[in-house]
Ligand binder design. Structure first.
Ligand SMILES: Cc1cc2nc3c(=O)[nH]c(=O)nc-3n(C[C@H](O)[C@H](O)[C@H](O)COP(=O)(O)OP(=O)(O)OC[C@H]3O[C@@H](n4cnc5c(N)ncnc54)[C@H](O)[C@@H]3O)c2cc1C
Ligand code: SF4
Ligand code: SF4
Length: 410
């Protein structure tokens, strides 16, 4: 009788930033999590690899050779602070090693049934990103050089624009990437808090051009997803930071949600709340190129949703952008004496313009913000395509395959 060996798929708890992307992506629900760790169930995972490339940190891409009967149970994985060491082949039974030599153990397939609705590849003309330069064990320290509220005082949504300076340390970023902040202190189990992920809100040459700094757009979490009062660990820590404070940063992360460099490239941006951070980065990149006489000539179109104008981050600066530079469309769901409007409603009102963009091979679409917006936005894109005689099923696949439809919701 041969002993079955398995290349067990595991998630590195030291690097994972608990972004839920893998759980959303897995077609067979092999990934679960608790308040601490993301884990893979060896009895369910079929090694389809669909989760590998969307993971922003690479923590998903870990494998250990084990006897199937001795695979690490999810209950154990949930308690880990680090991955177990690889068991030397010499310590596995001889017949198991023979089997491994013959067929590589758990067959890794690369023709994954890819269920992700967005692209898992970057636009063809995107710049090469740097990822995972700093992890938990070699985090980088950054000094807070600014913290400004970007939603009106007195509104429920307390969102801050935070500027972090890296001094002379190396932290290269591209528009669309993110970083992780490690909040100080420990959780209820006495373990160090895990890092939380925040989108970078500035272009590649810095929040201030030529400065080695980045900006973030962070909303203070005061209620959980069910509306129960809660004090979000990292968001409250970040929103309360003072100038001169030093924070621990990991990253940068993200190798797919990146902007195209080819000209002309049209960018259709759809966001809510802090989902505006990567849109601000891309818009500012294009604005600086334009000022430098290197206009891309591609169209910029933005659909931006918030509860009210007062709760929309960066409302003032956005209003100052020239109309011939960017086509801005706001959607307010709780504006006084006005009907509720969500981004997908406003997209439908601009169906002719959106359809023109859908028909153009140079169009790249970015969606970022609240998890709940994704379905509505995709429905609006589908309806726009269909009413304009386009085959949405085919078009959606083309956009995904060519790295031209990016979804980042949380
Ligand atoms: C790819 C990615 C990019 C992100 N970019 C940004 C960004 O640019 N700006 C930003 O502010 N956040 C961003 N986030 C969310 C951020 O990483 C944190 O999840 C968020 O700040 C809450 O962390 P916390 O430590 O304050 O709350 P926690 O202490 O982790 O959670 C407290 C409670 O609040 C719930 N909760 C967590 N997040 C939210 C939320 N957003 N709304 C309502 N309830 C919540 C939790 O379920 C929990 O019950 C991003 C997340 C991902 C995955
Ligand atoms: S490899 Fe496939 S089955 Fe396994 S966890 Fe990843 S997405 Fe799920
Ligand atoms: S960082 Fe990677 S492994 Fe961790 S939750 Fe996100 S996608 Fe999954």
């Amino acid at each position: 009788m041969t002993t079955e060996v398995l290349k067990q798929h595991l998630i590195d708890p030291e690097i994972c930033i608990r972004c839920n992307t893998c759980e959303d992506t897995c077609p067979v629900d092999a990934i679960t999590h608790d308040s601490r760790n993301y884990v893979v169930d060896a009895d369910i995972c079929n090694h389809c690899m669909a989760c590998i490339s969307p993971c922003p940190t690479g923590s998903i891409d870990n494998w250990r050779t084990v006897l199937r009967v001795a695979a690490y149970p999810t209950a154990d994985q949930l308690t880990w602070d680090e991955l177990p060491k690889e068991i030397p082949l010499a310590d596995l039974p001889v017949d198991a090693v023979a089997l491994l030599d013959n067929n590589g153990g758990g067959e890794l397939q690369t023709n994954a049934a890819d269920v992700s609705l967005g692209s898992v590849v970057a636009p063809a003309s995107a710049s090469q990103p740097t990822v995972n330069l700093h992890g938990i064990k070699n985090f980088i320290s950054a000094t807070v050089s600014g913290n400004f509220r970007v939603t009106q005082l007195g509104t429920e949504s307390d969102t801050h624009h935070i500027v972090l300076d890296f001094g002379s340390a190396n932290f290269p970023v591209l528009e669309g990437q993110s970083l992780g902040i490690i909040p100080p202190g420990v959780d209820a189990q006495g373990r160090a808090h895990h890092a939380r992920q925040y989108s970078i809100a500035n272009p590649r040459d810095g929040e201030r051009p030529g400065y080695n700094n980045v900006s973030l757009t962070v909303k203070r979490v005061t209620t959980d997803y069910d509306g129960k009062p809660v004090r979000g660990v990292a968001s409250n820590y970040v929103c309360d930071l003072k100038k001169g404070d030093v924070v621990q940063v990991i990253g940068p992360f993200g190798s797919t949600f990146l902007m195209p460099n080819s000209a002309p490239s049209h960018i259709l941006m759809i966001c809510t709340g802090t989902g505006s951070a990567p849109m601000r980065a891309m818009t500012e990149r294009r604005r600086r190129l334009r000022l430098a006489g290197r206009d891309n000539a591609g169209k910029l179109m933005l659909f931006f949703g918030a509860r009210s104008q007062q709760e929309l981050p960066y409302f003032g600066p956005l209003m100052n952008l020239p109309k011939d530079f960017i086509d801005i469309n706001f959607a307010f769901s709780r504006a006084v004496n006005q009907p509720k409007r969500y981004v997908q409603d406003v997209m439908r009102e601009r169906t002719d313009e959106v359809a023109k963009l859908l028909k153009d091979d140079n169009t790249h679409i970015y969606v970022c913000g609240l998890k709940g917006m994704e379905a509505g936005v995709l429905d609006a894109l589908r309806d726009t395509a269909v009413t304009n005689g386009l085959d949405w099923l085919a078009l959606h696949q083309i956009f995904r395959r060519e790295g031209r439809l990016h979804l980042e919701t949380y």
